[in-house]
Design a protein around this ligand. Structure first.
Ligand SMILES: C[S@@+](CC[C@H](N)C(=O)[O-])C[C@H]1O[C@@H](n2cnc3c(N)ncnc32)[C@H](O)[C@@H]1O
Length: 213
């Protein structure tokens, strides 16, 4: 039976739910769907979370770079975007796209479920876009490790409401409510930094890594 809307139903059915990596033409076509911009504007997201020139972004579960390339545009030549994914096929695609689009500031990185091969504390922004609902705790811990104190972790995911099941997102029973996403992320070294709707089908949750005195 699916859990009640808004109920905390983790971690048992959350852990490793979608451990499969994304690959193949169908997955790529879905991530590159040209209609996506009409409900999910990555530029608006980056403006909303204060991404500025010179910043460093780590995009965990970057896919085909839907958020990574707009981020690279915004951070400019003095900034950097690490586009991290478990899928070797998607990492190769990201590298090829970075070359073709002349974005040397996008660095594609292949990760393991329990290891993102980047130094701790390097990121001003970490983004988990359409992926938290499937991440195991070991990957979430790695995403938090690479965030600098004072940096923001940005979670974009599908609304968990029967009224707004749209063209994106996992099956309803795998979706996390905003409250559950905040509860899951709150288990790490993060404090709440706001949340809200992001178009008709998605929400944004922002978490901040506290500064140490
Ligand atoms: C639904 S796609 C989202 C892609 C992209 N963020 C977007 O919104 O277009 C999820 C991506 O996360 C990757 N992924 C899944 N589990 C992962 C993990 N533990 N670590 C890194 N990447 C992962 C998949 O290979 C896939 O490319």
């Amino acid at each position: 039976m699916p859990p009640r809307a808004g109920a905390v139903h983790l971690p048992a059915d959350h852990r490793g739910m979608h451990e499969a990596v994304w690959s193949g033409p169908d997955a790529i076509a879905k991530l590159d769907d040209p209609r996506r911009g009409s409900w999910e504007d990555p530029h608006a997201l980056w403006r909303r979370v204060g991404l500025r020139p010179g910043m460093t972004v780590v995009d965990v579960g970057a896919g085909t770079g839907y958020y990574a390339f707009p981020a690279a545009e915004r951070v400019g030549r003095s900034g950097r975007v690490f586009a991290v994914d478990r899928s070797p096929e998607l990492v190769r695609l990201l590298r090829r796209r970075a070359r073709e689009l002349h974005r040397p500031n996008v660095v594609a990185v292949r990760s393991r479920i329990d290891r993102i091969p980047l130094r701790g504390g390097i990121a001003d922004r970490v983004i988990l876009a359409n992926v938290l609902h499937g991440l195991p705790p070991s990957t979430i811990a790695e995403a938090v490790r690479v965030l600098r104190p004072g940096g923001r972790l940005v979670d974009v995911d599908a609304k968990r409401s029967h009224r707004v099941v749209g063209p994106v997102g996992p099956p309803f029973e795998h979706r996390l409510s905003v409250r559950t996403a905040q509860e899951v992320l709150g288990r790490y070294d993060l404090r709440r930094g706001g949340a809200g709707s992001f178009g008709p089908y998605l929400y944004v949750v922002v978490m901040v890594r506290p500064r140490r005195r």
